[in-house]
Design a binder for this molecule. Structure first.
Ligand SMILES: O=C(O)CCC(=O)C(=O)O
Length: 288
């Protein structure tokens, strides 16, 4: 931890929902202890690592965490995108009580998933530039319009790439600048199975991994229901995946009409209804 803080000054992992909401409001992040059981971690991490290895073997892996070396060696870290289409193991995370209890506290109860991705910070990975997850919002930045739930699928430490984050920066009403003083930056810590919710305005970035083991995190990025999603769920999920999803999950991924937004032709679905992407379209018509 940064020497700028005393050990108890910052959020600690807790299962107390009131404390979690208070930590999020005050510090811009909170830590839910035991968010996933050891069996859930095993299942989710197993499917993730299998998928990551498959994408690597197929030469389609998304790599970051540093520059491409002169000899063409890709950077060490690996992202896995569009995870909802890569295993039902990831669906359950969008229905976890942390969404209603904490995410909705920040973003309202009609929040939708913006993306579900994994970030495997491998040994040698360099620190990501500090950023806000809602950098597309003009200043003044009044409210959070997005947030992240970061599932720790291994122990997170400042040494192994635990997310660099500046507590309280969600209230600074501006975006990071490389000339800023980052001495109040911490490396997120938490035992495997912890979930961290962080406000979209808080300054943060993947930490450098100085160990010999990968740091495995899964990111549920959330947004208010009127904001464009990071992953185009309607286009990126295969129909057979959508067909397996219960109504609550379809609502959570933005397949529910919100006000006048999110309709599909014919005749606007009414507010609050689930759209059916498989139903016939009207297409071209003319008077016979
Ligand atoms: O995985 C992390 O520690 C943070 C990732 C992050 O900040 C990002 O993907 O923009």
């Amino acid at each position: 931890m940064s020497t700028a803080y005393s050990p108890t000054e910052l959020p600690q992992p807790t299962e107390d929902w009131d404390q979690l909401r208070a930590d999020l409001d005050e510090h811009g992040y909170c830590l839910l202890a035991n968010a996933l059981s050891p069996a859930q971690v095993e299942t989710v991490r197993g499917r993730l690592l299998d998928q990551a290895a498959g994408e690597m073997a197929d030469g389609i892996a998304f790599r970051d965490g540093g520059p491409v070396a002169d000899d063409g060696t890709p950077p060490p870290n690996q992202r896995v995108l569009n995870m909802l289409d890569k295993g039902e193991e990831f669906h359950q995370l969008l229905l976890h009580p942390i969404v209603d209890e904490v995410v909705c506290h920040l973003l309202g109860n009609q929040v939708i998933s913006s993306s579900v991705t994994a970030n495997i910070a491998n040994p040698g990975g360099q620190p990501q530039a500090l950023h806000s997850d809602q950098g597309y919002v003009d200043i003044p930045i009044t409210d959070a319009v997005v947030c992240n739930t970061l599932w720790m699928l291994c122990d997170f430490t400042p040494e192994n790439g635990g997310t660099n984050l500046i507590p309280g920066s969600h209230h600074w009403n501006r975006y990071p600048d490389p000339v800023d003083d980052y001495s109040k930056c911490i490396g997120l810590e938490g035992p495997v199975g912890t979930a961290c919710v962080f406000d979209g305005r808080v300054w943060h970035g993947t930490g450098p991994n100085r160990t010999q083991e990968p740091r495995i995190g899964l990111l549920n990025y959330w947004c208010r229901p009127w904001l464009r999603q990071q992953e185009n769920m309607a286009a990126s999920l295969r129909p057979e995946t959508v067909a397996t999803m219960p109504e609550r999950l379809l609502q959570r991924i933005g397949f529910q009409v919100y006000g006048s937004l999110g309709n599909i032709d014919p005749a606007p679905d009414q507010q609050g209804l689930l759209v059916d992407p498989g139903k016939p379209r009207v297409g071209r018509r003319s008077v016979p």
